[in-house]
Ligand binder design. Structure first.
Ligand SMILES: Cc1ncc(COP(=O)(O)O)c(C=O)c1O
Length: 484
């Protein structure tokens, strides 16, 4: 098992590929989710510390019988929860190849061709966004890590010896920004939440007022975080106006584009992203809207040498001896990790294999699905939208005749129970958002398999599941099912 022969490898490979083809072949007929408990799953797994090995087929059988059915089927076309990509077969093969080579992308000499492939692929991402030619960056585990790296670089750019640092971001900003501030010692409380307008975009007048008030109070503003697609509603902040504010106060402008930035590829959304290329840094997640499997996030810096000042660390055991500048390149100078897997391979295989035109088409089709949902909700007499659709996220509520005269708390409570019932039913999967203090059903189309018909099926599923729910209930425990 530790070192199989070539024949054994072929046999294992054939079984795995057969299994993969079967799984993806009947994905649409599976439930996205099923009711299950931690205890049930643990009972199915043999918990004894394995002293002797098993054969490969036995492992694959356990995966088929005890892992797959007790997982959420993230590649299902009606998996609308959170910001979940489906993955793609070409990237699954890339992951297999990356692990086979087991390149470790620390510095150029450790993995010359993989490092060049990462630099090339990062440059393609830079071009997609329209950043200047000097911009550069690296792949990280995800959006949270990309936000952390960018905020560390932003701090480096500011002389912070004279007072408490402050970051500004809309109240809709993902919690990873506050978490980064906490981890970097800036403090969660120094992330100032700026008000949003009726489209959930940052209000630039409030941004300006908060920075001015902080300066007067002796704080040190250093960074504005703009959103290219908020996690709740997909709102895209006005980058050109934010750039002006950042320039006026000499602040770093970071964009969290983890969910939405790749929608710049879609013609119908492109104008929303005007000015994104003038940010000082951007966090992106190819494992979201480039449909790749976790984990691959990405951070791009407009001036990478500032990031270098934040991350470079000289130690004797990492000193690079006898190399020219290009070959002395070290990724550890630009991000928090030392050992790094070959994430670039799946990004490269996807971009080169699928091509930008087809990816743009898939993203455009996701946008069309969300807009279709909005239009059928607006045309219905039992659903209402809770926020405008900006990209591919849709927030809405079920308000049939029997609920019309109920209080908004009762309607919210009903929708919360409806969400749990929908998830347990399994045909479609949504998550939730709180908007203006009210509960909303929330979905995000992030799958090239999803069709307009799936959006109609979602509403039919909700109506069907709602039939069995009374208008009010004494107890419910939605919270642990809706959390991710
Ligand atoms: C807007 C936004 N930022 C950051 C993140 C965090 O990304 P990750 O889960 O890759 O760490 C998410 C995740 O959904 C997100 O939607």
């Amino acid at each position: 098992m530790l070192d199989p022969s070539a024949d054994e490898l072929r046999e294992w490979g054939n079984s795995v590929i057969q299994f993969m083809a079967d799984y993806l072949g009947d994905l649409r007929d599976r439930n996205v989710y099923r009711r299950m408990s931690s205890r049930e799953i643990r009972q199915r797994l043999d918990s004894a510390l394995p002293i002797n090995g098993s054969d490969f087929d036995a492992l694959l059988n356990i995966f088929r019988d005890n892992i797959i059915p007790f997982s959420r089927q993230n590649a299902h076309p009606r998996m609308f929860g959170y910001v979940q990509s489906p993955g793609t077969p070409v990237a699954a093969f890339a992951d297999l190849l990356a692990s086979t080579l087991n390149a470790n992308l620390t510095v150029w000499r450790s993995a010359p061709a993989p490092v060049e492939l990462e630099r090339l692929t990062i440059d393609w991402v830079r071009q997609i966004l329209g950043f200047n030619a000097e911009a550069g960056g690296l792949f990280v585990s995800g959006g949270s890590m990309a936000n952390l790296a960018a905020i560390a670089a932003a701090r480096q750019a500011k002389d912070c010896s004279s007072g408490r640092l402050r970051i500004y971001a809309s109240s809709e900003t993902h919690f990873s920004v506050a978490k980064a501030a906490a981890l970097l010692g800036i403090g969660r409380e120094n992330v100032r939440h700026v008000a949003v307008d009726e489209h959930f975009r940052i209000r630039v007048d409030d941004l300006f007022a908060k920075i001015t008030a902080d300066l007067e109070a002796g704080y040190v503003p250093f960074c504005i975080v703009a959103n290219a697609g908020t996690v709740n509603t997909g709102a895209v902040d006005p980058f050109e106006e934010i750039r002006k504010v950042a320039d006026r106060f000499q602040l770093w402008m970071h964009v969290d584009g983890s969910y939405g930035a790749f929608a710049v590829l879609a013609k119908s959304a492109r104008k929303l992203f005007a000015g994104i290329e003038r940010a000082d840094s951007i966090a992106l997640d190819p494992h979201k809207w480039l449909y790749l499997p976790v984990d691959v996030g990405c951070v791009i810096y407009r001036a990478p040498e500032i990031a270098r000042a934040a991350f470079a660390h000289e130690a004797e055991y990492t000193r690079i001896i006898g190399e020219e500048a290009d070959e002395a390149f070290a990724f550890w100078d630009y991000g928090p990790e030392l050992s790094r897997r070959f994430r670039a391979l799946k990004v490269w295989m996807l971009l080169k294999g699928v091509g930008l035109d087809s990816l743009a088409e898939a993203i455009e089709s996701n946008l069309a699905c969300a807009r279709h949902l909005e239009s059928i909700v607006q045309a219905s007499d039992d659903f209402e939208m809770a926020a405008p659709v900006e990209l591919s996220i849709f927030c809405f509520r079920y308000v049939p005749v029997r609920l019309r005269n109920e209080s908004s708390q009762a309607i919210d409570a009903f929708n919360e129970r409806l969400l749990v019932a929908l998830q347990r039913d399994g045909s479609s999967y949504l998550s939730n958002a709180t908007l203006g203090g009210r509960f909303a059903l929330r979905g995000c189309v992030l799958n090239y398999r999803t069709t307009l018909r799936d959006m109609e099926t979602l509403l039919d599923d909700l109506r069907r599941v709602a039939k069995s729910l009374p208008v009010s209930a004494q107890t419910h425990n939605a919270s642990n099912l809706t959390r991710e």
